[in-house]
Design a protein around this ligand. Structure first.
Ligand SMILES: [Zn+2]
Length: 305
């Protein structure tokens, strides 16, 4: 199976579009780079797969972000996706509170316990649009998929069906995740009532077919995307479009970090100096950038100019 791909497709007369995301090595690369606790890896894997399924649209160039913010114990989780298929992700949590919660719940806390007060935020920064699109919805549901369905209803998205699966075997094979999404495009105003009814009936069929997919099928290394989509949707004529590769890649750089430092006050910059240097580590990829005395002075001088 070709892992780390996004396979777009459409059903019937293209009123329903879908994407199948399958992640292996590249997801593994992100998670192993962080060494987060298992429960964090689980939710971050799901968020990354969902984020990719939501974002990449062959017609739009830009940057997409799916984020959970303001959580009480798992404070923040984010995945960035470029239209090129480059992804990066990270998470922040209260370690002491998480350990206590894991102990109290025998390692199986509910989503609500982990993300209490959290919000789902989806941002699309498209090259073709001057203003970015952002939707923010309260996190509500017992699984991330439930939360996403709530999000789709609340944020005026297209009618959407979504299934997600993750697997972790840190001892040997590493992590994998998959997401399958279907979206119903709005009916054209030229359609007759009978055609609209047919679209609605088809949509109900599509959702029930989507509901038959198993976690095992989604994550099965020996079942290609084509074979899986054919198995699920053959009665609805699945038209499969060229797949896109997904790559774990951070786009942090020294100039970007310098720009971030420039936004701090002179006093704050001086407070960051330790052993005559400033060390900044990218939260996404753990790359460390060091600034020595003269480089710090240059940044301070640039700030003044
Ligand atoms: Zn980075």
């Amino acid at each position: 199976m070709a892992t780390d791909t996004l396979t777009p497709f459409y059903l019937g007369s293209a009123q329903v579009r879908g994407k199948l995301v399958r992640l292996g090595d590249q997801l593994d690369h992100i998670l192993k780079n962080h060494s987060y606790p298992q429960i964090v890896n689980h939710y971050l894997s799901e968020l990354i797969a969902i984020g990719i399924a939501l974002s990449i649209n062959t017609k739009n160039d830009g940057l997409f972000t799916l984020q959970i913010s303001n959580g009480k114990i798992l404070k923040m989780m984010v995945v960035d996706i470029t239209s090129e298929g480059e992804i990066r992700g990270c998470a922040k949590w209260d370690n002491e509170a998480l350990e206590k919660l894991l102990e109290e719940t025998n390692n199986s806390p509910s989503l609500t316990q982990l993300f209490e007060n959290g919000f789902l935020v989806f941002t699309a920064d498209l090259a073709s649009q001057t203003e970015r699109y952002q939707a923010i919805v309260e996190l509500s549901g017992s699984t991330l998929t439930d939360c996403m369905h709530h999000f789709f209803r609340q944020s005026d998205q297209l009618a959407t069906g979504l299934v997600v699966a993750t697997k972790s075997d840190p001892s040997a094979l590493g992590y994998s995740a998959a997401a399958l999404i279907l979206q119903k495009l709005p009916s054209s105003s030229e359609q007759t009532e009978a055609e609209n009814e047919q679209d609605d009936d088809d949509w109900i069929t599509d959702l029930s077919l989507l509901g038959t997919v198993t976690k095992k099928e989604l994550l099965d290394d020996n079942l290609s995307a084509e074979a899986l989509l054919y198995r699920l949707f053959h009665e609805r004529e699945a038209h499969i479009l060229p797949a896109k590769n997904i790559v774990a890649k951070c786009y942090c750089s020294r100039p970007r970090i310098e720009q971030v430092l420039m936004n701090f006050s002179e006093e704050d910059i001086k407070d960051m100096i330790l052993d005559n240097q400033i060390s900044v580590t990218c939260e996404f990829c753990n790359e460390t950038y060091l600034f020595n005395d003269s480089q710090i002075n240059e940044i301070l001088a640039d700030k003044k100019s």
